[in-house]
Design a protein around this ligand. Sequence first.
Ligand code: ADP
Length: 418
Amino acid sequence: MTGAPAAAFGPEQVVGLLGQTFTGLSADDLAELAALTHLRYFPPDTVLCHEGAYEDTFYIIAAGEVLTTKQISAAEGERQLRRMGAGDYVGEMALIQNAPRAATVRTLTACAVLEIDKADFEAILSRSPRLALSIIRTTLNRMRANDQVAISDLQKTNRVLAQLDRNKLEFIQVAAHELRTPLTIMKGYLNVIKLDPAFHDSDDLRAALDGLSRGTERLHEVVNAMLDVTRIDSEAAGGGLLAAVPVPLKSVVNDIVHRLQNDAADRRLTIAIEHAPDTPNINADPTLVQKALYHVIVNAIKYTPDGGQIVVRTRAVALEGAPRAEISVHDTGIGLDREHHELIFEKFYQVGSVALHSTHKTMFKGGGPGLGLAIARGVVRAHGGRIWVESAGCDEAALPGSTFFMQFPVNPPNAKKK
Ligand code: ADP
C-alpha cells in the first residue's frame, strides 16, 4: 500500500526497531513488547492522533515521516511542534495521563507504524520499569523541548510588545507637544480678554470666560499627565539615576491634602490624615513623589460618592531590613474588582466602558485619560518602591472602598551620588 516497505517488517525487524527505540531492554522484554504490536500502513496525510480526542493507541513509527501540530487559537491557527520518523513514538502522553490528546499527529509520507493498545501498553509499563523509565525520559525531553519553543515564542512576543509600548509613548509625546503650543496661546489670549473691563460688566460673558478657563486648565492637566508618563517611563526604561534629596514626607502629604481640600469639600468628602510618629523622611525626588500622591488622592475623591471619607496614613515599614516609608490612601468608594487590581496601573487602562466616560478632575466617576496610576507606578518604581491596591471588589451600592499602598525606600538604590 502506497509504497510502504511492507516486506521489510518481519518479526525480527520489529524486535530490532523496538530495541533501537527503547534502549536497555532485555531480549525477553523486547520479545514480549513485539508480541503486543500490530503493524499497520497509512498513506500520506492520515491523522493518527486527533488533538482533544480520547484515543487508545500508542504508535511507534517504523518507516516514513509524521508531523505533530497543536492548535494555538482560532485566530492563530495551528503550530508545528516537530517532525518525527523511524524509531520515534507518539501517543504515549495521553495514555499515561488518561487525558485527551495534547496534539495532532499526521503522516507526511506513507508510513509503517507499530500500534499498541492502551490496555497492553499499561500492562507492559507496569511490568517493565526499564521501559517505563525510557518512555518517561523521552517524554520529559519532549516537554523540555516544547518549553523551549514556548519560551522563545514568549521572548519574541515580549520584544514586539516592548516596541509597541515605545511606539505608544512616542505617539503620546508627539500628541502632547502638539496640543501644548495652541493651548498656551489660548491661555494667553484668555488672560488678555479677562483684563478687558468690557467683560466685567456682563455676567454671561464672565461665566463663559470662567468656563473657558476651567476647560483649558483641565486640558493643561491632561497634557501634563501625558508628558509626565512619557518622561517617567523613558527614564525608567533607561535605568536613569534619581536626583534624590531629603523629603519631609509628612509635610508633602499635608500639602497635597490641603491642595485638594476644596475639591473634596465640594463633594462633601472628608480627607483625614494619620501620621504614625515613626514615619521616616525619605530621600527622593520631591516633585515626583508629589505627583504620585496627587493622582492617588484625586482618584480616591473621584471614585467615592458624595459624603464619603478618605484617610491618608503614613508609617514606617521595613523590607529585608531596609527602612521604607508607606503611604496608604483609603476611601469609602465603589471599590475595585480583583481582575483590575494590576491592570489599572497600565497606561490608558480604564475599568468599564470608555463610552460611558465623562471627563472631570474630581467629579464622582469623572474618568480621566487613564494615566494617573501609570504615573504613580512609574514614580514608585523609579524609587525602587512598590505600589498596589487592596479592595474587596466593586459595588456601587455596598461601597466596599479601596486602599492604595505606596512604599518608598528611605534610601533609593539608584540615587545620584552627591
Ligand atoms: P483615570 O484617569 O481613569 O482615573 P487612573 O490611571 O488614575 O486613570 O485609574 C485607572 C482606573 O482605576 C480608573 O479608571 C478607575 O476605574 C480605577 N480606580 C483608580 N482609583 C480608584 C479608586 N480609588 N477606587 C475605585 N477605582 C479606582
